[in-house]
Design a protein around this ligand. Structure first.
Ligand SMILES: *Cc1c(COP(=O)(O)O)cnc(C)c1O
Length: 414
């Protein structure tokens, strides 16, 4: 990685992180984050910022949010001791079960929180972007529940690849708009959603799906997803009587990872490990590991680490898991890596799929391919540090991945 922070700066930034004095009022996580947007988007972001300041920690808002999390999402999600994986891997493995959250992944936490915020702000409709379709489904479900019209922008290419999710969104009452511009995948869908938002910043609320984008989104999404880590921290203490030695999660844009990491950031005895999509290898275009192989730059409104060539052109990415296939990462992860608080590594396609199969056979749990990157990283970590207690964020379930699994793991079976 390119060095963007000196050792002295890293020390100051780490001290700020320990005091929870971040992001700053401009949305900066150290040098990362901020707002790099055209003038036309500023009023919409200012309005959102005012809403976040006013409502996000307001008692009534939090009460409504936690009521939905409990009775509709199914929280708290369980913590499962993975007995057989613990035996096999020589470590105590605990799984935080976001696969059991409504709609099958952690994304619903953020979606329901933001749609509640949209109502508080007086928005008349919600828009969202989606890549693999998981955030689109979560947004459509939250909008149906809270009686808000929902429009989801989705790249044409992704609509073909993820046809069942398009159907789910439609059943849940959303309008799905195919995006035919740019790369016709997630990046173009975000651009299209931003364009829609600019045209009516008062009546429209943009529900962004990960801890990325311009300020205040990375902060807002972290706050909503931190419920994962708060629950897991309490559950680990109740179950084992102590904090875990390590917390491990997969990183795409970084929302499930920051959600489970954040409540442990100040526990300096707890190591944290984020696993990115290592894809087919280390070459440009072969992976989606922005922290491992990226350089700093601006993508979709924020300064962070990105996969780009020497001219600053954003690179194509590859991962067997659609949910990790994105060339950028949330600014808070860039900061936590730069100051040495969290370690990030890549897991390749093959190891992620092998970990998925092992978790199925050993624990009777079919994890999402995204989450399987965390499992594979945990297995590697356990072999290097035997006997430790590892808390793994199981971000979602793998039912949605069956078409990919038919073509890979199941290919040679009849
Ligand atoms: C979308 C998704 C991810 C990746 O998104 P983050 O914002 O990095 O969490 C990971 N796991 C699952 C199951 C997902 O659906």
């Amino acid at each position: 990685m390119t060095q963007v922070i000196s050792a002295a700066e890293a020390k100051t930034l780490l001290a700020n992180v320990m005091k929870d004095a971040y992001p700053d009022e401009r949305g900066r996580f150290g040098p990362f984050g901020g707002r790099y947007v055209p003038e036309t988007l500023v009023p919409a972001l200012d309005r959102l910022q005012a809403g976040v300041d006013r409502y996000l920690h307001d008692v009534d808002f939090l009460e409504a949010f936690h009521a939905e999390l409990k009775s509709w999402v199914g929280r708290p999600t369980p913590l499962t001791h993975a007995r057989e994986l613990s035996k096999r891997w020589g470590a105590q493995i605990y799984l935080k079960r976001e696969d059991l959250a409504h709609t099958g992944a952690h994304k619903i936490n953020n979606a329901v929180g933001q749609v509640l915020l949209a109502k508080k702000l007086g928005a008349k409709r919600v828009i969202a972007e989606t890549g693999a379709g998981q955030h689109g489904v979560a947004s459509a479900a939250a909008c149906a529940r809270l009686d808000m019209p929902c429009t989801v922008y989705m790249g044409e290419v992704d609509m073909e690849r993820q046809a069942p999710n398009v159907g789910r969104m439609k059943l849940l009452g959303a309008t799905v708009v195919p995006v035919t511009s740019g790369d016709r995948t997630l990046r173009a869908a975000v651009d299209e959603a931003l364009r829609d938002w600019v045209s009516d910043p008062n009546g429209t609320y943009y529900c962004l799906g990960s801890a990325v984008g311009p300020h205040p989104y990375p902060y807002l999404v972290r706050e909503l997803q931190s419920v994962i880590g708060r629950e897991a921290r309490e559950q680990m203490l109740a179950t084992t009587g102590k904090l875990p030695d390590s917390v491990i999660a997969c990183v795409g844009g970084g929302s499930n990872a920051i959600g489970i990491f954040y409540p442990f950031v100040k526990d300096t005895e707890v190591q944290m490990l984020g696993l990115e999509a290592g894809g087919l290898g280390t070459g440009l275009g072969q992976n989606a590991a922005s922290l491992a192989y990226g350089r700093p730059g601006v993508l979709q409104g924020a300064y962070s680490l990105l996969l780009q060539d020497e001219h600053g052109q954003i690179q194509e990415t590859h991962s067997v898991s659609a949910g990790l296939d994105y060339p950028g990462v949330g600014p808070e992860h860039s900061l936590l890596m730069s100051i040495g608080r969290v370690k990030y590594e890549a897991v390749n396609d093959e190891d992620a799929l092998a970990a998925l199969a092992e978790c199925c056979a050993a624990e009777g749990i079919l994890p999402a391919i995204e989450s399987s990157h965390a499992l594979a990283g945990a297995k590697r970590h356990a072999s290097e540090h035997p006997g430790k207690t590892l808390l793994i964020g199981l971000s979602g379930r793998g039912d949605k991945d069956m078409p990919t699994l038919q073509k890979t793991i199941l290919k040679d079976q009849v």
